[in-house]
Design a protein around this ligand. Structure first.
Ligand code: ATP
Ligand code: MG
Length: 572
C-alpha cells in the first residue's frame, strides 16, 4: 500500500479526552475515531489490526473443530423472557421497539439466540457435540464506557457456545477451549495470565479469565509467586487465619466505652490504643432476601462477590444511613454484633479472634472485650474477605502478588442453565429426552487491539507485535525526488509484495523527520530507510521498532533479512 493513498490522519497533539495510553495512541495514529460515547469508527490501519486478531481467532477456533456462524445483532424480547434475563439484565441491555411496538434488544451476548437455534435444529445425540462461534458486533450500554476500545458500548466479540451430550463431554470441550485460548493469545504476541474467575453462586472452578497484564488494567488478580495459582481478586481464596494470639476475653461480658465522634477503624484504633486487627467492622447489607450483617476484621476488606455467593443472592448493597439506624439503633460507625437482630455472617479471621472491639449499637459508644462465642451468635463463618499480598497462596502457601490485568477472554461452563430455560433437549442413545450441556467462550476482539498497545508502546508511539501489526514492514525513501532513491524503494516495495510481505511504502513528499515520527507512532515492527548515502554503499538501514536497533543490510540480502525477521517473530 502507498501511504499517500491510505486514510491515516495522524495527530501531533495528545487528544484531551483520552486517559488510557491505548486510547490516545489509537487516536493519534489515525486508527480509530469516536462517533459517540463508547462507539468508534475503525479507519484503514485500525481495521487491519482488528482483522489480524479476527484471523488468528478464526484459525484457532476452526482448528479446534468449532464452526463459524453469524447470528443477528437484533434479538426479539420473547427469547429473553424465556431465559428470564429480560427482567434481570438491567440497563446494560439496549432495548428497542419496531414499528409494530414489538420489543427487541441489541445483543450484548447470544446465549438465547444460539440455544433457540440449536433446540430447533438438533434432536439427536448423533448431531452432538457441537461448538458454534461467531465474530460479531455487541452492544452493552456500559455505565462507564472508557479507555477507548477497552470498554466500549459497541464492540466486537468472538463468542462461542458448545453443546454436549453430558457433563464429561462438556468438560472435555472446556479443556479444548482453554488450550485454544492459550494458543490464540500466545499467537497474538501478548503477555497474559490465566486466572480462576468467579462463577456466581454455583461455585466450582469452571470459569477462567485470560488477562493481559498491564498496569492500566481494570481487573485485579492474585497470582502465586511459586506455583501456577492465579485468580481474579473477586474469587481468590483466603485461607482461614491461625487462631489469634490475643488473650482470651477477660471477665464475663463486654464493656461499653464512651467514644464520642469516633467512627472509622483508624479513629477507633487511635482512640482506644489498639491495632486495627483487634477491631471488627460490622457492615449492614441489603439483599434480595432481607438485611444481613457481615463481620470483617478491621484491617481487612469485605469481598462482596463472596458475600453474594454465600447468600445465593444476585444483588447486595450497603444499607443507607437511615436504614442502618433503623436496624441497629445507632448511626453508621457504631454498629456491632452484640444484641443485633440480623443474621450475622463472619469472616474466618473474625471467628478466630479471642476478644475484640466493635460498635455498641449506641451512638458514641463502642464495646471492648467482645467474644464471638460468648456474646453473640454467628449464623455462619466463611471466607468473606479480599485477599492481599500479605496472604499466602491457598494452594502452596508461598507469597501472593497482586497484579493488574485487562480481561481479554473468558471461558465458562454453563451446564444446563440455558438448555433448561429454553428446553434445548435431544434424544440420547437410549431414546431418552435429555438436556444439552452447554459452555460459552468469549474473546474481546476489539479490546485485544487496545490491550496490545497497553502492553506495547513507548514515548514515540505503538509497538505492535508482528502478528497484529497493520503492516509488517514500512519502506521510507529519504526523498522521493531523488530518482535512484525512489527507484530502489519502489523495487524493494515490489519485491516485498511479491514475497507476500505486508508492506507500506511512504511515497509522501515530506521531510524524513516527519516520516520517521509517523512510522514510530503507527508502530510497524520493521522500517527500512532508503537513502543516497547507504545506497552508494549498496546497503539500506533497517530499524527494529521494539529494540530500536538499526542494522545496515546489503541490498541483495535485504529481502531475506526482512523475511527471516518476520518469520522468526511470528513462529519463533
Ligand atoms: P467485563 O468484566 O470487562 O465487563 P464481562 O465479564 O462483562 O467483561 P463477557 O461477558 O465475559 O465480559 O464478554 C466476553 C469478553 O468480551 C470479555 O472477556 C472482554 O474481553 C470483552 N468485553 C466485555 N465487555 C466489553 C466492552 N464493554 N468493551 C470491549 N470489550 C468487552
Ligand atoms: Mg461487563
Amino acid at each position: 500500500m502507498l501511504f499517500s493513498r491510505l486514510l491515516i490522519p495522524t495527530l501531533k497533539e495528545n487528544p484531551a479526552e483520552a486517559e488510557a495510553v491505548s486510547h490516545r495512541l489509537l487516536l493519534r495514529a489515525g486508527m480509530i475515531r469516536k462517533l459517540a460515547s463508547g462507539i468508534y469508527n475503525y479507519l484503514p490501519l485500525g481495521l487491519r489490526v482488528l482483522r489480524k486478531v479476527e484471523g488468528i481467532v478464526r484459525e484457532e477456533m476452526n482448528r479446534a473443530g468449532a464452526q463459524e456462524v453469524l447470528l443477528p445483532a437484533v434479538q426479539p424480547a420473547e427469547l429473553w423472557e424465556e431465559s428470564g434475563r429480560w427482567h434481570v439484565y438491567g440497563k446494560e441491555l439496549l432495548r428497542l421497539k419496531d414499528r409494530h411496538s414489538r420489543e427487541f434488544c441489541f445483543g450484548p451476548t447470544h446465549e438465547e439466540v444460539i440455544t433457540d437455534l440449536v433446540r430447533r435444529e438438533v434432536h439427536s445425540y448423533r448431531q452432538l457435540p457441537l461448538n458454534l462461534y461467531q465474530i460479531q458486533v455487541k452492544f452493552r450500554d456500559e455505565i462507564r464506557p472508557r479507555f477507548g476500545l477497552i470498554r466500549g458500548r459497541e464492540f466486537i466479540m468472538k463468542d462461542a457456545y458448545s453443546f454436549d451430550v453430558d457433563e464429561a463431554g462438556a468438560e472435555a470441550t472446556y479443556e479444548t477451549m482453554y488450550q485454544t485460548y492459550h494458543r490464540i493469545f500466545s499467537r497474538c504476541g501478548l503477555e497474559f495470565k490465566i486466572v480462576e474467575a468467579d462463577t456466581g453462586p454455583i461455585g466450582g472452578s469452571f470459569s477462567h479469565e485470560f488477562m493481559v497484564l498491564a498496569d492500566t488494567g481494570e481487573d485485579l488478580l492474585a497470582s502465586c509467586t511459586a506455583c501456577a495459582y492465579g485468580a481474579n481478586l473477586e474469587k481468590a481464596e483466603a485461607l482461614p487465619s491461625r487462631p489469634n494470639p490475643m488473650p482470651a476475653p477477660v471477665g464475663s461480658a463486654p464493656e461499653e466505652v464512651h467514644t464520642p465522634e469516633v467512627r472509622t477503624i483508624d479513629e477507633v484504633a487511635a482512640f482506644l490504643k489498639v491495632s486495627p486487627q483487634d477491631i471488627v467492622k460490622t457492615l449492614i447489607y441489603e439483599t434480595d432476601r432481607g438485611p444481613v450483617a457481615v463481620l470483617i476484621r478491621g484491617d481487612h476488606e469485605v469481598n462482596e462477590v463472596k458475600v453474594k455467593n454465600l447468600l445465593r443472592v444476585t444483588d447486595i448493597s450497603l444499607a443507607g444511613p437511615s436504614r442502618v439506624e433503623e436496624l441497629t439503633g445507632a448511626e453508621v460507625g457504631f454498629s456491632g454484633p452484640v444484641g443485633l437482630k440480623l443474621p450475622i455472617y463472619a469472616d474466618h479471621a473474625v471467628a478466630a479472634l479471642g476478644a475484640f472491639v466493635s460498635g455498641a449499637n449506641r451512638k458514641d459508644f463502642h464495646l471492648v472485650n467482645v467474644n464471638p462465642q460468648r456474646d453473640f451468635t454467628i449464623t455462619q463463618v466463611a471466607d468473606l474477605r479480599t485477599v492481599t499480598s500479605q496472604d499466602p497462596c491457598p494452594r502452596c502457601g508461598a507469597k501472593l502478588t497482586i497484579l493488574r490485568g485487562i480481561e481479554v477472554g473468558h471461558i465458562f461452563k454453563l451446564g444446563l442453565k440455558y438448555s433448561e430455560a429454553l428446553k434445548a433437549t435431544f434424544l440420547d442413545a437410549d431414546g431418552q429426552e435429555v438436556f444439552m450441556f452447554m459452555g460459552c467462550y468469549g474473546i474481546g476482539v476489539s479490546r485485544i487491539v487496545a490491550a496490545a498497545i497497553e502492553q506495547g508502546h513507548d514515548e514515540e508511539g505503538i509497538i505492535w507485535p508482528m502478528a497484529l501489526a497493520p503492516f509488517q514492514v514500512g519502506v521510507v525513501p529519504i526523498s522521493i525526488s531523488d530518482e535512484a532513491t525512489w527507484e530502489a524503494a519502489l523495487s524493494l516495495y515490489e519485491d516485498l509484495k511479491n514475497a507476500g510481505v505486508e508492506v507500506l511504502l511512504d511515497d509522501r513528499d515530506e521531510r524524513p523527520g516527519v516520516k520517521f515520527k509517523d512510522f514510530d507512532l503507527i508502530g510497524l515492527p520493521l522500517r527500512v530507510v532508503i537513502g543516497p548515502k547507504t545506497l552508494a554503499q549498496g546497503k539500506a538501514e533497517v530499524r527494529h521498532r521494539r529494540s530500536r536497533q538499526i542494522a545496515l543490510v546489503d541490498l541483495d540480502k535485504l529481502l531475506d533479512y526482512l523475511k527471516d525477521n518476520i518469520y522468526s517473530e511470528l513462529h519463533g
